[in-house]
Design a protein around this ligand. Sequence first.
Ligand code: NDP
Length: 342
Amino acid sequence: MISSKPILVTGASGFIALHVIAQLLEKGYKVRGTVRSQKKEAEVRETISRLVQKNYQLEIVSTDIEQDAGWKEALHDVEYVLHVASPFPLAEPKHEDELIKPAVEGTLRVLKFAHDANVKRVVQVSSNAAVSAGYAGDNRTFTEADWSKVENNIGAYSKSKTLAERAAWKFINSAENKNKLEMVAINPPFVLGPVSNKNYNTSSEVVRTYMLGQVPGTAKIKIGCVDVRDVASAIISAMEIKEASGNRFLVSAGELWMKEIADILHAQFSKRGYKIPTMPLPSFVVRFVAIFDPKVRAIVNTLDWDFQLSSEKAKQILKWNPRSAKESVLAMAESLIEQGIL
Ligand code: NDP
């Protein structure tokens, strides 16, 4: 354990944050989680009580990344901050600023308050959306040296994550950072694995859609995958490992084509009555449908894009060893059934 003081986890109610909190508590850390409405406290506590098997110390405080109120108090006696909160909606917003503003300003707010409170290190949960978005058709391996091209119409979410991470590094490397606050960025691709409660999160959409047979087949689209439990452990290692400071880490367990995801689900769940569509849809058909359907239009640029994500740096510095993408797909589906979402 590197700190006996509370670890501040922002956005405690979220899919990833709940696993981060559970792992921190299992390791013996004290945790202070932030929620933006006090109504969420009972839900977070109930979920954590099911996930953690030992005695633990968990505080929940109310504070919003879009407002100054409460951050000074939230950061009292804190040495490490894990900044997980950021809007991750299913649909494209009416205006991109609905995501960009909270992501960028929220990140800077957390960093600046952390700086003023003499925090040692902030781990910023960024995304692969800040690494490889805007390069569709560039069939190669992406690393932490890559930055998404915001000028390429990458959608509000990817833009929000890219601009937030860029703004964070700019602050960390500026003269304003008088206290030498350290930062590490963790950049996961699509996060799968077990959901911890009944809250339906954007991450569950692909698996849920296939399990419910809501699409006619599989588009030729590849996604980087990682398990939420491995994202949580990477975030904690980024806090604990001294040499991680100043780095961003891509954390991917591997890429799967949509067809492979559907096949994995079909092999396991068709015998339990789930009708999972596995037929490949020709890309020209998907492009045609995109003319009429905005949901399809959002993904059409990435059709046929055959890329890889390298997590070599995380394996070396964070000693990160993720479970397989297949295991994560199956664990997510099983948990959605258990939680009554499917
Ligand atoms: P969730 O939607 O489950 O969690 C998002 C969290 O952020 C929630 O706790 C939410 O609070 C909070 N939040 C959103 N907007 C605000 C706001 N304006 N003020 C305060 N809190 C806010 O998503 P995930 O757990 O999947 O995502 C967590 C982080 O991981 C995000 O930064 C996301 O960008 C990143 N990420 C996720 C990936 C994925 O595939 N899931 C991939 C890569 C990165 P509330 O419960 O009140 O809505």
